[in-house]
Design a protein around this ligand. Sequence first.
Ligand SMILES: Cc1cc2nc3c(=O)[nH]c(=O)nc-3n(C[C@H](O)[C@H](O)[C@H](O)COP(=O)(O)OP(=O)(O)OC[C@H]3O[C@@H](n4cnc5c(N)ncnc54)[C@H](O)[C@@H]3O)c2cc1C
Ligand code: FES
Length: 331
Amino acid sequence: MADVAQTAAAHRGQFLAQVVANRPLCRDHYLLTLQLAWFPPTHPGQFVQVACDGVSGEASAVEVDWPEGSLPRLSGQEIRKAVPLIRRPFSLAGRRDTARGVELDIIHRVVGIGTAWLAQRSCGDEVNLLGPLGNHFVPPPDGGIAVLVGGGVGIPPMIYLASRLAGTRAVVFSGATTRDLLPLTLTADAPVPTSASVEPLYNVDEFARHGIPAVISTDDGSYGFGGLITDALALYLDRYFADAPARQRVTIYTCGPEAMMKRVVEMAGQRGMESQVSVERAMACGMGTCQSCCIRVRKPDAAQPPLAGSDWCYRLACTDGPVFRGADLLW
Ligand SMILES: Cc1cc2nc3c(=O)[nH]c(=O)nc-3n(C[C@H](O)[C@H](O)[C@H](O)COP(=O)(O)OP(=O)(O)OC[C@H]3O[C@@H](n4cnc5c(N)ncnc54)[C@H](O)[C@@H]3O)c2cc1C
Ligand code: FES
């Protein structure tokens, strides 16, 4: 997946986008659609870094007294209001190439100052983006079966991936703690799943429009399977992919809370299935400079650098990832 990251780096840039929609999807989650005259090619799994303090940077400008020949005089009180000084990373949730240019979708959950700023953007506002960043999911081989597993803010990249899997054999698992925190459109006339069912249904618009069925779970049982998404996934895999030849055709794609992803990788390994994981480690620069997003991965050859003699090394989630082979991750 390294060559993919290099290609992304060659195309990435800073862009000024215009907000064309920013509508609430459920409690705390918004679907932000940005219009650009042009944006480099993108793939599911890639992300953008969004400047959440206004494109002019005025919100973070502070004037200090700096006499010539001495250090600036700082009282420690210059920044009175918390300001999101660094960009915030968001996975792409969709892309449409139209006659007017490119539309990018971002689904964001309000958790702090940056996402609160984003939630207040209205049509016509400008948003500064850096991207596209990182590598991306690799589609399953011909005749393969894709199982997409997204939890919480890991659901958005699965929506983009599903749009590229139309016409192939795929199924989506989406989990949230409760129905109010599910950033998906449940179709009104579709059958409502029972709390013990793991039968995929065409009841989620974002996936059904691409011919892909879904299993929804909520931890509190307020919609769909009642319990953890990983429990629903285990039941499904053992019911529908019981034999080894069927299992070998499955690739599991996952993004969400780290505990969920670890369990998904473990389950894939136990069943002889491939897995690809998008690790949304906390990031600062998003471009391989600050080293804040390190993750431990298995090395193919222990004798080779980095860390010659060791069977693992650190990789950067922002440039070597965010997508890694599940079997390579040591977390
Ligand atoms: C590659 C990548 C893709 C992402 N995609 C999405 C997405 O599609 N939708 C979405 O809503 N969010 C996504 N996130 C998380 C998002 O970047 C953070 O929620 C956001 O930066 C928070 O900014 P803030 O200023 O609102 O919150 P802050 O005030 O900076 O932080 C609020 C709280 O959120 C925690 N937090 C911040 N970043 C992370 C993180 N990466 N993991 C866990 N906790 C974190 C902080 O520790 C703090 O407790 C993604 C993160 C990464 C690294
Ligand atoms: S976020 Fe800076 S190196 Fe990855």
